[in-house]
Design a protein around this ligand. Structure first.
Ligand SMILES: [Zn+2]
Length: 216
């Protein structure tokens, strides 16, 4: 925890330093304003506790551009939902063995390797406060610390770990706790739900999820 805190401080310092440099170069550069490094800002956001600013945070998926999201397994058919009697922690979707799973949002690889019943598993942490998990890969294609754009390859669809068929077990998470990915992805249509997604943390630590239509 302490390590994480000091990492945050270092990342914030780096971001502030680079923003300071950008401001300086904007003053002195002759060839127009310089863009703030968007990746740098995202890295700082992704390293932050999503609840750092209060007991709730929200993501406006209505504004997401094509570069900001990707369905994790393009063309997949739906296999089994989150929850139910066996308390399923994710959503199972399927195409064919060896197909490529893709980063749902831009983010950092925080785990890549064999992980209990998940088999070959990858977890990404995103600047929007979410984490996504991809498992049962025949092979992971990414390494811890790597940064991915939305849609970049994560792994190859497989059946490692506790799996009886080749498929992708996909999870959406907040602070390591999974929630139904159907809340943000329309799995039947392989699309992102164009809503404002709100995550609220109660005093006892439980999370509540809510979606609101965007007023037009
Ligand atoms: Zn599953």
């Amino acid at each position: 925890m302490k390590n994480l805190y000091s990492l945050n401080v270092i990342l914030l310092f780096i971001a502030q330093w680079s923003m300071f440099n950008v401001q300086c170069s904007m003053i002195y550069a002759q060839d127009g304003p310089v863009d703030i490094d968007e990746w740098q800002v995202m890295k700082v956001e992704a390293a932050k506790d999503p609840f750092a600013g209060g007991e709730q945070f929200s993501i406006n998926f209505a504004n997401y551009t094509a570069e900001e999201w990707c369905y994790p397994l393009p063309g997949a058919k739906f296999l089994s939902p989150y929850g139910g009697a066996r308390n399923h922690g994710g959503t199972d979707i399927k195409t064919f063995a060896g197909d490529t799973t893709r980063a749902a949002f831009p983010g950092e690889v925080i785990l890549s390797g064999p992980h209990y019943g998940y088999g070959n598993c990858v977890i990404l942490r995103h600047a929007n406060g979410l984490e996504t998990l991809y498992s049962h890969h025949s092979q992971n294609l990414v390494k811890v610390g790597q940064w991915l754009h939305a849609g970049e390859p994560v792994g190859l669809e497989g059946r490692t770990g506790r799996a009886t068929t080749d498929h992708l077990h996909f999870e959406t998470r907040v602070n390591g706790k999974s929630f139904d990915s159907e809340r943000i992805f329309d799995h039947a249509n392989h699309s992102l739900r164009r809503q404002i997604f709100i995550v609220k943390r109660h005093k006892n630590g439980t999370l509540k999820f809510k979606s609101e239509e965007v007023e037009r």
